[in-house]
Design a protein around this ligand. Sequence first.
Ligand code: ATP
Length: 308
Amino acid sequence: MIETRKLTKQYGNLFAVNQIDLKLEEGDVFGFIGPNGSGKTTTMRMIATLLEPDYGEAYVCGKSIYTHSEEIRRLVGYTPDFFGVYDDMTVMEYLEFFASTYRIKSSERRRICEEKLEMVDMGFKRDAMVNQLSRGQTQRIGLARTLLHDPAVLLLDEPASGLDPRARIEMRNLLKRLGELDKTVIVSSHILPELADVCTRVGMIEKGNLIVDGYVHEVMKKAREATLLYVRVTEEPERAANLVGQLDIVDRVDMVGEQLNVTLKPNVMDYSEIPTVLFEAGFKLNLFREEEVNLETAFMELTKGVQQ
Ligand SMILES: Nc1ncnc2c1ncn2[C@@H]1O[C@H](COP(=O)(O)OP(=O)(O)OP(=O)(O)O)[C@@H](O)[C@H]1O
């Protein structure tokens, strides 16, 4: 659905986007994570055919951005991080105006606009003036506008910025739904944990370089040098620690109060023998859990030492 090959954009000496290779399929919701100025917007604008690359290729639904920009614009919905609104228009007029520019039949326009407004949970503001909406509401109307022509590919630049916590949760649900509808979505954010449970894939970009790209669980794994397990037994924690510490797969056991923090040796994935050994020695477990790596920790780990 979206493929880039060595996609590059240079401003003077600065590589805003440096040889990015990406391949996204239908239903992929790709979290594009990176700090300010790392190249997210530039990448999305090139895919949306709004900016010409200096080098490399990008395809949307098999069509090249160089030769099929018009078709691509019909296939893509792009929500920029900032977009202007028009004065003296109600929300419904605003959407209907854009629906007409997308050549949606006049008999269909109202229904489609209503449907998209409901999708972003803004039906109650259909008669409000667009220039009197809050920032978050404006953001949501912008998303409704992006969805009007039912694009197969959505490029959403920071759609959650300016949203309150409740609206952020709704935005997450909406992103999930778009994936379920088999859209291909790229969504950028610096708010890392926000994307973890929504995205199927995640890419981390820093200074124009895509330093990590993969399924969320793979990225989490890469970020972690060794697995950490939290274990609690009902009695005799020191004896349990001693027992677990002797296993080949275990690097070390740290006692934190009554809890055993068990660090496995690098690349050990299967730790099923730990509960088995403990059960066989008569221990009862009341906690056995692997430490979760969130996207934020993953990002910090994986971007360590990235060159200027
Ligand atoms: N028209 C331009 N001329 C010169 N430099 C530019 C231009 N557009 C972008 N850049 C530079 O390219 C780099 C990448 O910018 P880009 O907007 O893609 O980053 P971003 O990851 O989207 O950032 P943010 O999270 O702040 O929106 C930045 O260093 C930026 O200053």
